[in-house]
Design a protein around this ligand. Structure first.
Ligand code: APR
Ligand code: PHB
Length: 396
């Protein structure tokens, strides 16, 4: 088992795999330690909207071939309010930018395959991963694999191990600067092999609660409905889901909705979270390890990609030009973009969901806000600019 590398990457989700591929291409040695099996990682179903910056980075990593072939280009996105349907032309308001609909699971699969082809090392089922001496110039990671204890020495550690990972927890509590908002509802999602009800995604605000019509391909749909955070998956069944969805989407769409057996059905809680300590000593946090956004607006994976973009370019500068002076820039650059995406996801969530604690005034103000944004050129431009993604910042 390899016991020395340049960058030790914790976690083989999209952040870890994408960073690993980019570093390997740049000739920077790296090892990924993942707690689960590869199959388990691929079993997780997440969002599927890629910004241009994310698409470009996946291409740069060498894993973009299938995405370019199978990804669906969306030049617009739709909204509805109490059943009335509106279209926002993304290209018109952003000088021709669009998003690509391609599932995160597929991105992960492509990155895993690319890593296999380039001979990159990923150690799956690495248990009890622990980070050591991250404040020193000689950090190392220990882990158990197939019952044996291993030590991996490295120059830097990239914590790509998601919200529940070990990396963030390795930073002393008194050094952590955290911000959090938990919403009083979750999203119940259903995936089915049925044709999507609409060509574009439709974000639906309704007094019964929010709903989203999304897709993975021309033959696979992904739908969500807002449910109270107290609901359990056992409280729902497919028939009840479809009935509720039909009541929240525009009536003409409800009429043409094709229903079918669920391939997957689960509830995800909604949360906004930012850990402003994105770098501590030799440890860098990327993706969900550092921040969580509610899925409204599909920013999670894209935010992870922009962290990877910054970290990758930083490591190249460090190894090619000895630019360790740029290390503090990592957190500055990432946080500026993170907070803007956190704000947008929070705003979309507040705009489109039903808050049962809200009074009559709040409901009217929410309606007026929607009415304003959807009928104002400036309002639509703001939505479009954020939805297609704010630019990835250069390192210097
Ligand atoms: N040791 C090793 N690996 C770990 C540990 C640990 N202690 N804890 C967690 N992991 C692994 C998880 O099993 C998972 O495969 O780290 C990986 C983290 O992956 P994600 O949670 O997918 O996070 P990230 O790669 O940052 O992806 C961000 O994916 O999770 C979505 O909504 C999120 O879209 C966003 C994007
Ligand atoms: C999804 O397709 O799963 C999806 C799309 C857009 C979102 C969230 C989730 O905002």
């Amino acid at each position: 088992m390899k016991n020395k590398t340049q960058v030790a990457i914790i976690g083989a989700g999209p952040s870890g795999l994408l960073l690993g591929q980019l570093l390997t291409k740049a000739g920077i040695d790296n090892v990924i330690l993942e707690r689960q099996t590869g199959e388990y990682v691929l079993g997780r179903i997440r969002a599927g909207v890629l910004e241009q910056g994310t698409v470009n980075l996946i291409r740069e990593s060498g894993a973009g071939e299938r995405m370019d072939k199978e990804g669906l280009i969306h030049i617009g996105t739709d909204f509805s309010f109490q059943g009335e349907h509106f279209h926002v032309d993304l290209e018109k308001y952003t000088d021709g930018k669009h998003v690509v609909v391609y599932g995160q699971t597929e991105v992960t699969r492509d990155l895993m395959q690319a890593r296999e082809q380039t001979g990159g090392i990923t150690i799956y089922q690495a248990q009890k991963v622990e980070l050591h001496d991250i404040e020193s110039d000689t950090p190392y990671v220990t882990y158990e694999h197939q019952g044996e204890l291993h030590r991996l020495d490295c120059d830097y550690i990239a914590g790509c191990d998601g919200f529940h990972g070990v990396s963030r927890k390795s930073i002393p509590d008194n050094q952590l600067e955290e911000y959090e908002k938990v919403y009083p509802f979750g999203w119940l999602g259903l995936m089915s092999d049925t044709p999507p009800v609409n060509e574009e995604l439709v974000y639906c605000a309704h007094e019964r609660g929010f709903a989203l019509c999304s897709m993975r391909s021309p033959t696979r749909s992904r739908y969500y409905i807002q449910v109270p955070d107290t609901d359990k998956i056992e409280d729902w069944n497919e028939e009840k889901f479809w009935d509720e969805l039909k009541q929240r989407i525009p009536p003409e769409m409800a009429e043409r909705l094709v229903t079918g057996p669920a391939i997957e059905m689960s509830i995800a809680p909604l949360r906004s979270y930012v850990c402003e300590t994105m770098q501590y000593g030799r440890l860098f946090l990327l993706g969900d390890a550092a921040h969580i956004v509610p899925p409204t607006g599909a920013k999670g994976l894209n935010l992870a990609a922009s962290d990877v973009d910054t970290a990758y370019r930083l490591f190249v500068k460090i190894y090619q030009d000895q630019r360790t002076d740029l290390i503090p820039r990592y957190q500055e650059i990432c946080l500026a973009r993170t907070w803007k995406a956190v704000r947008f996801s929070w705003w979309m969530t507040m705009l489109l969901h039903r808050f049962h604690s809200a009074g009559r005034f709040d409901f009217r103000a929410q309606q007026a806000e929607f009415d304003y944004f959807i009928h104002s050129e400036a309002g639509k431009a703001t939505i479009a600019e954020n939805y297609v993604g704010l630019p990835f910042e250069a390192l210097e």
